[in-house]
Design a protein around this ligand. Structure first.
Ligand SMILES: NC(=O)C1=CN([C@@H]2O[C@H](COP(=O)(O)OP(=O)(O)OC[C@H]3O[C@@H](n4cnc5c(N)ncnc54)[C@H](OP(=O)(O)O)[C@@H]3O)[C@@H](O)[C@H]2O)C=CC1
Ligand SMILES: CC(C)(CO)C(=O)C(=O)O
Length: 332
């Protein structure tokens, strides 16, 4: 079985596309983890969800003929006019963690350590764990906490959101790279890629997953805080004075830091071009950070610009623009 910890947008996307007979969600464990899951222990499912099944509708703007294998028993209906496919998904909350082949962790960065702290004592040490969080900071923290486990990280450009609790929209198709964080994880990368590829999504093994995570972090650091502060879609930041006055400083700080942290030399101009290419390509998107602010949720700023600030402190590199953006988003 493939277990998914974090039944939000991204977790539900993987769950909907993986073979339905072989995956299910792990509930949020209540209180102390001394209670043994499956042995009469207590755990509470996420509020508002049925007792044993998780039901929702997956909306994809792909023709049903192109829908990947893996819909299993799910019911697929399509509206020929819109080209939109709607699939009823009905998956179990897992009742046992005994025969897991994989654990996908799709909690937000700030919830990941606590969620794994509660669950990993119940899960076999040899089960590969794949972390899907954006930004950086949570992944190294997990790898340092459980160095003996096969811990991998994924960087994905798939896009999913939930306009209402029981509707999941697969808003954008992308690519997913998976690579090892701990030593023992290297042996598992190929089998993890193979299992994830059953979704029909594009999955790649990545030798240097930290570098890949940094590349996405740079783009998120240059787009997300501006969209949250300006309350605008991604493309609209480009002409704003807040962006114009700070983007060169932000890119200079990151360029110096990248050299110190990863030995990679990338000029501030190249970083700015990468950020602006994504901002233009996703011009009408609401970024995840703006969406979090609008919904009154905690943002992932501490793992994006905040991570850059912390990393700067470790290297004695000042990062005033990232610090200013972090503090202003924290203040929202
Ligand atoms: N959505 C996307 O398209 C993409 C997301 N990502 C990254 O993936 C991560 C998840 O994003 P997303 O799915 O959008 O976020 P969501 O907030 O939609 O999902 C997170 C889920 O984790 C659950 N959760 C939180 N704490 C626990 C816990 N202790 N035990 C069990 N479940 C828990 C939450 O439950 P509850 O709702 O009850 O709090 C929620 O269902 C983020 O780091 C994001 O940056 C990366 C690329 C794309
Ligand atoms: C690339 C971008 C900015 C797309 O919206 C994103 O990853 C996010 O919103 O977090």
């Amino acid at each position: 079985m493939i277990a998914i910890l974090g039944a939000g947008s991204l977790g539900r996307l993987w769950a909907a596309l993986l073979p339905s007979a072989r995956c299910g969600f792990l509930p949020r464990l209540a209180g102390d983890s001394e209670h043994e899951f499956g042995l009469g222990g207590s755990f509470s499912r996420q509020a508002g969800l049925p007792e044993t099944r998780c039901e929702y509708v997956l909306v994809r703007s792909v023709p049903p003929s192109l829908a990947p294998q893996g819909f299993g028993e799910a019911r697929l209906t399509a509206s020929p006019d819109s080209g939109e496919a709607r699939t009823n998904i009905n998956l179990p909350w897992l009742q046992s963690v005994e025969h897991l082949t994989l654990l996908l962790v799709t909690t937000k960065a700030g919830d990941t350590l606590a969620a794994l702290d509660a669950w990993l004592p119940h899960i076999q040490v040899g089960t590969p764990v794949v972390l899907f969080q954006n930004g950086l900071g949570s992944q190294p923290a997990v790898a340092e906490r459980w160095p003996e486990r096969p811990i991998l990280a994924a960087s994905t450009t798939e896009g999913a959101n939930r306009p209402s609790p029981d509707v999941l929209v697969h808003a954008g198709a992308g690519d997913t790279w998976v690579g090892a964080l701990t030593t023992s994880a290297a042996d598992y990368t190929a089998s993890v890629v193979q299992q994830l590829a059953e979704t029909g999504l594009r999955i790649h093994a990545e030798e240097n997953i930290l570098q890949r995570l940094w590349q996405k972090l740079v783009v998120n650091a240059g787009i997300n805080p501006f969209t949250a502060l300006l309350d605008c879609p991604n493309g609209d930041i480009l002409d704003s004075s807040l962006y114009q006055q700070n983007i060169d400083g932000l890119c200079s700080e990151i360029s110096v830091l990248l050299e110190a942290e990863t030995s990679e030399t990338v000029t501030p101009e190249v970083l700015r071009e990468r950020i602006e290419t994504v901002a233009r390509n996703t011009a009408s998107n609401t970024s995840s950070m703006r969406a979090d602010v609008l919904a009154g949720r905690k943002t992932e700023i501490d793992y994006i610009n905040g991570y850059i600030v912390q990393c700067g402190k470790r290297h004695g590199i000042v990062t005033p623009v990232n610090q200013m953006l972090t503090e202003r988003v924290q203040g929202l």
